[in-house]
Ligand binder design. Sequence first.
Ligand code: OOG
Ligand code: MG
Length: 263
Amino acid sequence: MNLDLAPIAHALDQAARNARALPQFSRHRPFNLEQAYQIQRASMAHRYADGERMIGLKLGFTSRAKMQQMGVDSLIWGWLTDAMLEEDGGQLNLDRYIHPRAEPELCFLTRRAIDRPLTQLEAVDYLEAVAPAIEIIDSRYEAFKFSLEDVVADNCSSAGLVVGPWSRDFSTLANAGVLMRLDGALVEAGSTAAILGHPLRSLVHASQLLARADISLPAGSLIMAGAATAAVALTPGAQLSVEINGYGECAFTCSGQAQGERS
Ligand code: OOG
Ligand code: MG
């Protein structure tokens, strides 16, 4: 990695820890996509050095709804750590976030190590279970605005995740209804088919990305497939739930207050 990319990784790590927004790097210190993934890895290395444990990975921009909302049109991937896990049915403390948003996802639990590119037919054999999930994204950039390279460097806005009940039934995964409610009112509705046409394709893409990066993902890892709909902003006291038809629901209630963009 170029020496001058290390300070960017450090700045992103600090921004995430302290919940302080940063100006986009692409404005004054542009870097390419390959460098963005190097920055992402270097910034994650700071967290591992501080005792956080890698628990899996997430894909982003696997649905048109998300690409349109954020104005980015390429699939991206980042890392999940144990510190990001939030309790299903619990309180989500907004204090440690900048401008958090929630989005409805499916979470896969792997049964075998993923160490080569998989086909869609093989993918299900690598799964132990699937669960309805909520991803909490919190871009470290001001106004939640970024280029593709910026967001990749920022570990794809990963900040938190809530995982609902596990199921071993993969038979209706292809086209299950997705409902997201805020304070009981429906705010987003869609289908798991919005995730690359079939959520198992997220697993296929993950296996290809891992193979290209020469990384083996251990059995027992989580893979967040990417949001099926646009994300919604979280406000103090909000109750957020996601229901995936046939797979049940997961939910949380917000406590505290997000940091906002004070400098
Ligand atoms: C980037 C992360 C995108 C998804 O599920 O599509 C993502 C962002 O929107 O800030 O997690
Ligand atoms: Mg997501």
